[in-house]
Design a protein around this ligand. Structure first.
Ligand code: ZN
Length: 178
């Protein structure tokens, strides 16, 4: 397993619609494992393929691992469809492609998701609360939507400035190390 470089806002790949995964191959399984590792190393609870530069309809979610790595419970969703079930709830979301940024958004409290697993078989899963919110957030990425689409223009340009500065600072720090 290896970690994959993340794509950050305003990278154009984050705004493109993803293509279905034609077949669950070893390559896809490796990508999923690498995405899970990347998500955990970067301290996220979800990661979608476009965030690591792949325009594929797949994402990984694990809302349990922050409680302790022994509680890790990663889920892989390939070619998912999400059905909204519950009422809307407000919660604060972050995104690995927007380091340090959060926003309060409304999402369905309960959902039903259908997807292919790593074995290529379809599964159906009910989710609620944090898991439901995380799945909806990642599923948006497959449509080229990020939570910046839900922010005002002013907040959006603030986010863009801060993310750019953060990346500049990181590059500078890396240059000093080498
Ligand atoms: Zn995200």
């Amino acid at each position: 397993m290896k970690t994959l470089p993340l794509r950050y806002f305003p990278d154009g790949i984050l705004f493109q619609k993803c293509e279905p995964v034609p077949e669950v191959t070893d390559e896809i399984r490796t990508l999923a494992q690498d995405m899970i590792l990347t998500m955990m190393i970067e301290k996220g609870i979800g990661l979608a393929a476009p965030q690591v530069g792949k325009l594929l309809r797949m994402f990984v979610v694990d809302v349990e691992w922050p409680k302790g790595t022994e509680q890790a419970d990663p889920h892989v969703f390939i070619n998912p469809t999400v059905e909204f079930k519950g009422p809307l709830i407000k919660s604060v979301e972050g995104c690995l492609s927007f380091p340090g940024e959060t926003a309060e958004l409304e999402r369905a409290k309960e959902i039903l998701v259908r997807a292919l697993g790593l074995d290529g078989q379809e599964f159906v899963m009910e989710a609620d609360g944090v898991l439901a919110v995380a799945i909806q957030h990642e599923n948006d990425h497959l449509e080229g939507k990020t939570f910046s689409d839900r922010l005002s223009w002013l907040r959006k340009s603030g986010v863009q400035k801060r993310v750019k500065k953060k990346l500049r600072d990181q590059k500078r720090a890396a240059a000093k190390k080498s």
